[in-house]
Design a protein around this ligand. Structure first.
Ligand code: MLT
Ligand code: MN
Ligand code: ZN
Length: 304
């Protein structure tokens, strides 16, 4: 299975348009010390030709160039370079790209019932997109592996299993359901490899750890370095955990837990622009690397 990190920043991207926090300043003045990043999204494929987009970010138009650049020019007038979109939550940074893919005319979206409800009734991403394109919504069950199928209904050589992770519903959600924040286990039976994709999670509890134990590549929530990062910077009144994310450092932080999972390659993604790990020569980056983890960068590719 090929895994391409299309975007590795949290909502707002890096640098964020209106932000002059320390990492955003470095990204503008010295991009070699803090590489710009687009918003959180990955693409996966068993065969390198049929790609599945996990989360559709507002940067999807630019991000899909990673996929079209590697495919031969089609003989048809139009060519949609993805088989389907798979969603881990209904947040704007993970779903606004669905509306932006409306030119597809036909789009398949895998979502849990809780995520689909928010897209339908609250953000109205689904009804808005459906004014332009047929959206085939495929129900993503929890704790059950289902085969991914391509645009022609053929098996694409991957199975996908969703699992609930601790999180919070989007601010605009009218209901709060446990399947509104999920992780994905994407398995390639041909290689035996498994990707765990968890871009949003408040805690590495025992249930999440049991899922990560099955993975050979783990992409995990790296939103903030500390729990009070945004409060200390005066950017927000919310802690990282209050926003549904687990800090990397500090008590109960993700780094201490992930450093023990040496069976898998481990990579942070969904990194907020305030996070000092984005600065290449920061002590926080050094600490992540010393623990055996990577800080995800746009365009990075893994074979699982
Ligand atoms: C989140 O990850 O908590 C959300 O994406 C935040 C946001 O986009 O405002
Ligand atoms: Mn987000
Ligand atoms: Zn910033």
């Amino acid at each position: 299975m090929h895994v391409v990190l299309l975007g590795t920043a949290a909502g707002g991207g890096f640098p964020q348009w209106n932000c002059w926090c320390p990492p955003c300043r470095v990204a503008r003045t010295t991009p070699a010390r803090a590489h710009p990043r687009s918003q959180s999204s990955i693409a996966v494929s068993a065969d390198g030709t049929r790609w599945f987009l996990c989360n559709a970010s507002p940067d999807v138009r630019d991000q899909l160039r990673w996929l079209t650049a590697r495919a031969p020019a089609p003989e048809t007038m139009r060519m949609v370079p993805i088989e389907a979109v798979i969603l881990t939550d209904a947040e704007l940074d993970h779903t606004l790209g669905i509306v932006l893919l409306r030119e597809a005319r036909q789009l398949r979206v895998y979502a849990t019932a809780g995520v689909a409800t928010v897209l339908d009734a609250d953000s109205r991403v689904l009804p808005t997109t459906r004014a332009f394109a047929d959206v085939d919504l495929v129900h993503l069950p929890l704790d059950e592996a289902i085969p991914l199928v391509d645009r022609h209904g053929q098996p694409a050589g991957l199975t996908i299993e969703a699992f609930a992770v601790p999180g919070d519903p989007p601010r605009f959600a009218s209901v709060d359901a446990p399947d509104q924040t999920i992780g994905l286990l994407i398995h390639d039976p041909a290689t035996g490899g498994t990707l765990a994709f968890v871009p949003g999670s408040r805690e590495l509890d025992l249930a999440v750890r049991a899922r990560l134990a099955r993975a050979s590549l783990i992409l995990y929530d790296g939103t903030c370095w500390t729990d009070d990062e945004l409060r200390t910077l005066g950017i927000s009144s919310f802690t990282t955990r209050q926003m549904g994310h687990q800090p990397i450092d500090g008590p109960g932080g993700s780094l201490a837990a992930l450093r023990e999972l040496t069976h898998a390659r481990r990579v942070y993604t969904h990194i907020n622009n305030s996070n000092p790990v984005l600065i290449e020569d920061s002590p926080e980056r050094q600490a992540v690397v010393a623990a055996g983890l990577l800080v995800g960068a746009d365009g990075a590719e893994f074979v699982v």
